[in-house]
Design a protein around this ligand. Structure first.
Ligand code: TYD
Length: 238
């Protein structure tokens, strides 16, 4: 099986972390695919240090350009230390947020001009573009309630504190990704039970990245159904 680079994107509280674990389990159990789960900002020792700096709000005073630079510094290190070596070693990588988060958070809601966002991205990411990006989508109000419930009594981070209208603008920007990049991005309805969302994720992953398997599984199921039906009718006859 080839190694793939899969990213999950979406606003706060859309359930990315849970869906990443469920996908990793299913890749292993159904296809024997080992995956490396990671996240941004972070994923390598130096990038985790930058995560602290950014999410504490300490970098906010320097403005959106500095924040975008820091996210990309962290990303470049993450790619060099973990993502690229894992892919090279034949392991599939599943990353919680990646370059699209910078486009949306710093570009759309942070008001940074898109040529700067894309220029920084080009330097940091180069050719390490995801094979598949799953954009988890849920209305901003439900997502904020979920993020609040998940956080409990912990204080909201720099980006979680922002108002509902900004969250809604981000949602619109995330929803545009699959329209603009239909070959790379798939919109996943993240409403409903975890298991139902996980099915939607699996459908997208198997159809896009493992098309042979996606075709084989329903076929195998149909053959099994037929075999059972034949067995039952033979037993009924005897
Ligand atoms: P995190 O606690 O990982 O949030 P979540 O569970 O919602 O992914 O915090 C990451 C925060 O950083 C999140 O609010 C989005 C923001 N972010 C950016 O603004 N730009 C970026 O490039 C990335 C990767 C994250």
């Amino acid at each position: 099986m080839p190694a793939h680079f899969i990213t999950f994107e979406g606003g706060e509280g859309v359930g990315k972390t849970t869906q990443i674990s469920l996908l990793a389990e299913r890749l292993k159990s159904e296809l024997g695919v080992e995956s490396v789960m990671t996240r941004e900002p972070g994923g390598s020792a130096r990038a985790e240090q930058l995560r602290e700096l950014i999410l504490s709000g300490a970098a906010e005073q320097y403005g959106p350009f500095a924040e975008a630079v820091l996210f990309n510094m962290a990303r470049a290190d993450h790619i060099a230390e973990l993502i690229a070596p894992s892919l090279k070693a034949g392991k599939t990588v599943i990353c919680d947020r990646f370059m699209d988060s910078t486009r949306v958070y710093q570009g759309v809601s942070g008001d940074l001009p898109s040529d700067i966002v894309l220029g920084l991205e080009q330097v940091a990411v180069g050719k390490t573009i995801p094979d598949l990006t799953l954009v988890l989508d849920i209305d901003a109000k439900t997502a904020m309630e979920r993020a609040g419930a998940r956080r409990g009594s912990e204080e909201a981070d720099r980006f979680e504190k922002e108002a509902l209208d900004i969250q809604a603008a981000r949602r619109r920007a995330f929803r545009k990704l699959p329209e603009t990049y239909p070959d790379r991005c798939v919109l996943i309805n993240a409403r409903g039970k975890e298991a139902a969302v996980s099915e939607r994720v699996w459908k997208a992953v198997s159809e896009r990245l493992y098309p042979d398997t996606a075709a084989i599984v329903p076929d195998a199921m149909a053959q099994l159904d037929q075999a059972v039906a034949e067995l039952v009718s033979t037993e009924a006859e005897s």
